[in-house]
Design a protein around this ligand. Structure first.
Ligand SMILES: *Cc1c(COP(=O)(O)O)cnc(C)c1O
Length: 470
């Protein structure tokens, strides 16, 4: 196969190969990179995937995206090493919930959220490529809670990267904050911004838009805008569907607790590659811009409201742009115009005809905090299982929006219940204990700086830190 190339959703940035796309993060025209074509998984491959190991499926599914940029054996080893860090040999176990519903447990990685699945691999790919080039980068990322710790865990102590993670001060859980701020690696820097996650994300975008800063500091990102993260997340849609469909091509539905839209867009990618997926449920909390968009065709920014599921407290879902690019027939100039209008007006509408393309497979469900808590309590009462509030949003939306009870419904379990112990305890009466490797988390000292929501101040903090460390 000729190596895959990657195009920007706004059509005005150069096409890149995999390695450059990996390191670039956001495209220079402000768009997001997507593969120029979707490879296909054969029916024979699905049959094998029903019983193959997670790492073997992952290597095979991702190979067409990386071929030409890395040797096959090296890639297979990086994949195997990434998933060896997980607490279960299955990597993503499927647990039956009853009523033909299944929980795909994506939270057995080092930081207890599904972000590890992508970032353990992306960290290794970064280090491999940068070491090969003899380069160092500055990684800057915004986190609503879980990306930060997963990125830090994936990049700590790597000589190839200096890591700055911005989180919204006071808006992440104590466990989430401590998973970031107790890491003592000298290349890791935590910044608490006095604002929302969207404010943090805007600062990161502004840093990337600042060409001088970007080039001088060799800026790079591991946010969910990074294509390699989406790529790694396609795999568990494939493994789940192959196992539940017995490799026979029977359709499966997914309910996806959604924030930045990276996870569910990976599901779309898996579907385009041939995974038989009959329904996507985009599950949101009270910050329901996506639900309103998918049901009305109009996307209007509101204020971000704190909820029990903080990793989904987002109003602007960056990765939606990747889906819009597909819905608009891959016309980058239309997307550039659409996004400019959205930026300027805080609102944009998509023609009805475009959304019809999604009507067949896409649903959306909004779940408030009361229903989230009731869902945690009801599942615990019925099965003895505890789920975290994000997963509970997915489960409630699955129950409410399910199109066909004969199709297996997979709820993506995006975080371990112990990551959100207060919400889980309030709902169920049980406080889930942290796994052994994090048992002393609350005794470890924290390191972070609190900074006002002010772009120049954040930029100079990063500049000064870099000057002091290099
Ligand atoms: C990041 C995250 C989400 C949202 O995922 P997106 O890919 O941003 O849509 C949901 N749940 C948890 C626990 C997360 O960490």
């Amino acid at each position: 196969m000729t190596p895959m190339s990657y195009v920007s959703t706004r059509g005005a940035a150069p096409e890149l190969g995999f390695a450059d796309t990996l390191l670039a993060g956001l495209a220079r025209d402000g768009g997001l990179y997507v593969p120029e074509r979707w490879p296909s998984i054969t029916v024979g491959a699905f049959e094998r995937f029903a019983t193959a190991s997670y790492a073997d499926v992952a290597t095979e599914v991702m190979w067409p995206f990386v071929e030409g940029a890395i040797e096959h054996d090296v890639f297979a080893q990086l994949v195997a090493d990434s998933y060896a860090t997980f607490a279960t040999p299955d990597v993503v176990p499927l647990v039956e919930l009853g009523d033909n519903m299944w929980l795909a447990e994506l939270f057995h990685g080092p930081t207890l959220a599904f972000k590890d699945i992508a970032l353990q691999l992306v960290g290794r790919l970064f280090d491999h490529e940068l070491t090969r080039r003899g380069e160092r980068v500055t990684i800057v990322g915004a986190t609503s809670g879980d990306t930060g710790s997963a990125a830090i865990e994936a990049l700590r102590d790597r000589a190839s990267a200096e890591v700055f993670i911005l989180h919204p001060s006071g808006r992440v859980s104590d466990v989430q904050r401590r998973q970031m701020t107790t890491v003592t690696a000298s290349n890791v820097h935590n910044i608490a911004v006095e604002g929302t996650f969207d404010d943090c994300q805007d600062i990161v975008k502004a840093l990337f838009a600042d060409d001088t800063f970007r080039d001088r500091r060799n800026l790079s990102a591991v946010n969910s805008i990074n294509w390699a993260r989406v790529m790694a997340q396609t795999v568990y849609y494939v493994t789940s569907a192959a196992r539940l469909g017995g490799g026979a091509g029977r359709p499966v539905a997914f309910s996806v607790p959604t924030g930045n839209f990276g996870n569910v867009f990976a599901g779309y990618g898996a579907q385009r590659m041939g995974t038989p997926i009959s329904q996507f449920i985009v599950a949101s909390n009270r910050n329901d811009i996506l639900t309103r968009f998918l049901t009305t065709g109009t996307m209007t920014i509101g204020d971000v409201e704190p909820t029990l599921s903080p990793s989904m407290d987002i109003q602007v879902s960056s990765n939606l742009e990747r889906l819009l690019f597909e819905v608009y027939g891959r016309d980058g100039s239309e997307i550039a115009e659409l996004m400019a209008r959205f930026r300027a007006d805080g609102s944009v509408s998509v023609d009805a005809g475009r959304l019809d393309l999604l009507a067949e497979h896409w649903s959306a469900g909004r779940v408030d905090d009361a229903e989230t808590a009731a869902t945690i309590a009801a599942l615990h009462e019925r099965t003895g299982m505890l789920i975290d509030p994000h997963t509970a949003v997915g489960l409630a939306a699955a129950v409410n929006e399910r199109a066909d009870v004969d199709v297996p419904m997979v709820v993506l379990g995006t975080a371990h219940p112990a990551k959100f112990p207060d919400a889980v305890e309030a709902a169920s009466g049980i406080r889930p204990p942290l796994p052994a490797h994090l048992a002393d988390l609350f005794e470890r000292p924290e390191h972070f700086e609190v900074v006002p929501n002010d772009y120049p101040m954040v930029r100079s903090l990063i500049e000064n830190t870099l000057d002091a460390t290099r």
